[in-house]
Design a binder for this molecule. Structure first.
Ligand code: ZN
Length: 211
């Protein structure tokens, strides 16, 4: 997930040298619509975690899910500027009835945002990188990030839940100049993304096919 106004955040330089940036796949790539597989303890890879975090920070994101880097596994990383979270097999075990609607963006849908209604508070369980149990009580931005990222593990994108009357191109430079800050539709963004990101790919998948 991306928050347009966030300041850039970096790990210390020394650590960065060992990390590699991963390619974030874009809307239309079939992996984004798959239900990701659970992790086992043996599959935990410290380098991959570092790369996920570095990619998230580099892209000014506040959250990243493994399927966004074309790894269909249940891992998310999040940051709320104070704390960093790495959660394997995350699960929302409780969410508040109180909801809040705010703009969300996504690294897999660059240049777009829309309003999404989410629970104000959630409790997330899962495993950390040492495979110890985690339980995180999140509210505010962090609660939204967890809901957004866990959706990715189930092949769900924020545009599936968004108020589509608010769907619009931001002022990000990735889009055609004439489209900036203009309202748009799902059909229109599929057209733009097909041209920009999937020119040579035949197996584009935009819709989520719920089982
Ligand atoms: Zn996202």
């Amino acid at each position: 997930m991306r928050v347009v106004t966030m300041r850039k955040q970096k790990n210390n330089k020394q650590e960065c040298l060992k990390m590699a940036l991963l390619d974030v796949i874009k809307y239309g790539h079939p992996t984004l619509r798959k239900v990701a597989e659970p992790y086992t303890k043996e599959e935990v890879d410290a380098h991959f975690i570092d790369d996920m975090l570095e990619t998230m920070y580099e892209e000014d994101g506040v959250g990243l899910a493994a399927p966004q880097v074309n790894v269909s596994k249940r891992l998310i990383v999040c940051s709320d500027h104070e704390n960093e979270y790495v959660v394997f097999n995350p699960k929302i075990i409780a969410n508040s009835e109180a909801v809040k609607s705010d703009y969300e963006g996504c690294l897999s849908l660059p240049g777009l945002n829309a309003k999404v209604e989410r629970s104000e508070k959630v409790i997330v369980t899962g495993k950390d990188q040492n495979w110890d149990d985690l339980e995180i009580k999140a509210n505010g931005l962090l609660a939204v990030v967890f809901q957004h990222e866990i959706d990715h593990l189930n092949g769900v994108l924020y545009i599936d839940r968004a108020d589509l009357s608010t769907l619009a191109w931001t002022d990000a430079p990735v889009v055609d100049e004439t489209l900036r800050q203009q309202p748009t539709t799902i059909e229109a963004i599929q057209h733009v993304f097909a041209k920009k990101y999937h020119k040579n790919s035949k197996d584009r998948v935009y819709e989520h096919h719920f089982a």
